[in-house]
Design a binder for this molecule. Structure first.
Ligand code: FE2
Length: 295
């Protein structure tokens, strides 16, 4: 189906498209449907100089579903959807410079993320995305079948380790993080997930949140996770966006990984992020979908 309201320019061969022609502050239903369809096809969309503020970004998140309460902020008392303003600078080096999918240590990780650039460094500070659909499809049928049979335990150990110092390592911070650990215990996800909307298969890669492959010895599990980690880290699966203040990226958390390139330290960079609740990842051996038409 063609796009009538929006114009797309693909930014790589695997995933990503820049979108023109959508006024994000007041999307009519038909235009939103096209944006949604483009997201499922291209996995990450870029809206240069979107003109959004935090409220408008949150309103847009609502169009995709229920904006999430970030677990740490929920434990700290937040009841409504939350924004995270992530700031890098001399005192807070970027900590998201490894491939990951957001918050896979929860039973129902987010389905969509919306990230808007605030302060942008003079050079550097790009974000990269990888198509886990393309990474899955590039595997041999034998490896596809094998990896599809596996489940992986994800946990929040690495998140908690990084959060402690950022929260000042106080007694109160320790208690909050203990509560987070108690309320969000390790969770098992399939290593290959079926996309609930498109039916396509994608590797579910949680980066440092992945602890071990269920039913395997440690050396076996380490070898499999090391293979997956190497496999997804290929330039042919990737795209990259160089930010201008106000640019908005929307990505499908169910089929992509991302990382913030850490080449701007100690320059400042800030991004405004909100995510939308997802559902429990699953693998359906019966369901197969047509490959994507475009990257
Ligand atoms: Fe992230």
């Amino acid at each position: 189906m063609a796009f009538e309201r929006i114009k797309l320019r693909r930014v790589s061969g695997s995933l990503g498209a820049e979108v023109r022609g959508a006024d994000l502050r007041g999307l009519d239903d038909r235009t939103f449907d096209e944006v949604h369809r483009a997201l499922l096809e291209h996995e990450v969309l870029f809206f240069p100089e979107s003109g959004l503020d935090d409220d408008a970004q949150m309103a847009l998140a609502h169009r995709f579903g229920k904006p999430s309460v970030f677990p740490l902020l929920r434990v700290m008392g937040a009841t409504g959807p939350t924004f995270q303003v992530i700031e890098d600078g001399p005192d807070s080096p970027n900590a998201a410079d490894d491939w990951h999918t957001d918050v896979t240590w929860t039973a129902e990780p987010p389905k969509v993320a919306l990230l808007r650039a605030g302060v942008v460094p003079a050079a550097g500070g790009d974000t990269m995305w990888g198509s886990m659909t393309a990474a899955y499809e590039a595997l041999s049928p034998a490896m596809q079948d094998f990896l599809s049979s596996l489940e992986v335990v994800h946990d929040n150990e690495s998140f908690i380790r990084a959060a402690g110092p950022k929260m000042g390592d106080t007694e109160e911070a320790k208690m909050i993080l203990e509560q987070l650990r108690a309320e969000y215990p390790p969770v098992t996800h399939p290593l290959v997930r079926t996309h609930p909307e498109t039916g396509r298969r994608a590797i579910l890669y949680g980066g440092d949140f992945m602890r071990r492959v269920v039913g395997m010895s440690e050396p076996e599990s380490d070898a499999i996770l090391a293979f997956v980690s190497d496999h997804i880290d290929q330039s042919r699966f990737q795209c990259r966006w160089s930010w201008t203040p106000g640019d908005l990226a929307i990505w499908d958390e169910r089929s992509t990984v991302h990382q913030a390139v850490n080449d701007h330290f100690p320059q400042r960079r800030s991004v405004h992020r909100c995510v939308v609740d997802g559902d429990r990842p699953f693998f359906d051996p019966e369901r197969r979908a047509e490959p994507r038409a475009g990257g």
